[in-house]
Design a protein around this ligand. Structure first.
Ligand code: UDX
Length: 449
């Protein structure tokens, strides 16, 4: 089977490479000629563990190819995936201009029955618009052909995208034709090992499923962050609370880790877009508005702790930042909490020196020369008045604390992801702060374990 994937971002490139990996013939298409040229040379636009290997392998064995010209590669394809970006418009709704342009291009160039699948996260009702664009483009060239539209949202996580695609929890497909159903069943058959299901449903429900999943995950995070902030005030330890509530299988342990707010290309954008869809239909999604507001505030929580520790005297202070990307194992800086914190520190007159194992080239585009770029975590701590852990990369998990202490002007640690044992740090002469954890010496209370 031949498949065309339009858009070589996270979703498109991973989809194309992983489908090729199981034997499908795939052409990845993008309007950005430089990106396509680079991909042909094996240079990927993103950092994603394992992706480079499968892109290179499948490019070399001929199952995966790259093109800027949809019209010349669409012939003979059974499926066309639309995986282009849906950036937020001014009101937070998803901007569909790229998706609809691709739909139009498909209608102008297809030559045989085709299943056109939206893989980008798109609001309910988009498939209807995609359908309209395809039909109109066909009518414009007097060539009416059989086709179907389908919605197949992608649930992959950055940093684990290849594994998530190859071993999905489930595949959700919105469809309204038996013919398209059997084409997609055949395409996804290799991924259905160990009883993982394809959940077929109507198109609107599939479109809604993706938003509902991301919105609920974001809700869990904002909920625990809100609880963590209250824990700080009452002297409770959110780590204990997290373990206590997570043991109830109805709640579960995942996605209740407090931190300095969620970032990335999906949660912030999708929560906004779903809230906007609610508004359009006269149904205010009050929970989601709160989820977003709590997250915006959470990105400022660490700055407030720093400000309090230094009694508001931040001018001339130096801060060492460990981690910049919105989460580990990615170089993605979109909506990263680090950017909010760094902006506040600079605004307050502090100096910032940063290290991230992978995201520094990407971060440099945002931060330029405003910060000092360091070669490792210890260089970032050298001469600083405190270190601030922002992204929980594995290599930050077990610092050489005696070394850190000698490097710092003042032994102060702010842990934005609760990966360090704050009591241990206190005992070893550090002042230490987490999110929703108040070490004994700070709270002046005795904790019972
Ligand atoms: C998310 C969804 O998980 C994925 O299914 C969807 O397809 C795209 O959006 P991703 O954006 O790659 O994936 O990152 P994810 O691992 O979900 O983390 C999102 C943010 O939430 C990160 O900033 C992370 O640090 C934060 N987070 C996550 C927490 O603060 N606490 C948690 O317990 C979990």
């Amino acid at each position: 089977m031949k498949v065309v994937v339009i858009g070589t971002g996270y979703v498109g490139l991973v989809t194309g490479a992983c489908l090729a990996e199981v034997g499908t013939e795939v052409v990845c298409v993008d309007v950005n000629a430089e990106k396509i040229l680079n991909l042909q040379k094996g240079i990927l636009p993103i950092y994603e563990p394992g992706l480079e290997e499968i892109v290179t392998r499948n490019y070399e064995n001929g199952r995966l190819s790259f093109s800027t010209d949809l019209a010349s590669v669409i012939e003979g394809a059974a499926v066309a995936f639309i995986a282009v970006g849906t950036p937020p418009g001014e009101d937070g709704s998803a901007d569909l201009k790229y998706v609809l342009q691709v739909a139009k291009d498909i209608g102008s160039s297809m030559s045989d029955y085709l299943v056109v699948v939206t893989k980008s996260t798109v609001p309910v009702g988009t498939a209807v618009k995609v359908n309209r664009e395809i039909k109109q483009a066909m009518m414009d060239r007097d060539a009416l052909m059989d086709y179907d539209v389908a919605s197949n949202p992608e649930f992959l996580k950055e940093g684990a995208a290849v594994q998530d695609f190859l071993k999905p929890d489930r595949i959700v497909i919105g469809i309204n034709s038996e013919r398209a159903k059997s084409v997609l069943e055949q395409l996804y058959h290799p991924f259905l090992l160990n009883g993982r299901p394809i959940v077929f449903m109507d198109i609107a429900s599939a479109e809604m499923t993706k938003y509902a999943a991301n919105a609920l995950l974001a809700t869990k995070i904002s909920f625990i962050n809100d609880i963590a902030n209250l824990c700080d005030l009452v002297g409770a330890d959110v780590n204990m609370v997290r373990k206590g509530i997570g043991s109830d299988p109805r709640i579960g342990h995942s996605f209740i880790y407090p931190g300095i707010g969620y970032g990335g290309s999906c949660f912030p954008k999708d929560v906004k877009a779903l809230a906007q869809t609610g508004k359009e239909y006269g149904h205010k999604l009050r929970i989601l508005e709160a989820v977003e507001a709590v997250n915006d505030d959470q990105k400022k929580v660490m700055f407030e702790k720093i400000w309090r520790h230094f009694d508001g005297q931040l001018t001339g202070k130096v801060f060492g930042i460990w981690g910049l990307s919105f989460k580990p194992n990615t170089d993605d800086m979109r909506e990263a909490s680090s950017l909010v914190l760094i902006a506040s520190l600079l605004q307050a007159g502090a100096k910032v020196q940063v290290f991230d194992p992978v995201a520094m080239p990407e971060a440099r585009r945002e931060l330029g020369n405003e910060v000092e770029w360091c070669t490792d975590m210890y260089a970032a701590a050298a001469g600083a008045d405190a270190v601030i852990l922002i992204t929980e990369w594995n290599e930050f998990r077990l610092p050489d604390w005696p070394r850190v202490k000698t490097l710092l002007n003042e032994p102060v640690v702010f842990d934005g992801r609760n990966i360090y044992d704050l009591d241990f740090l206190q005992k070893n002469g550090f002042s230490s702060y987490g999110i929703g954890i108040s070490p004994r010496s700070v709270m002046g209370t005795i904790k019972q374990y």
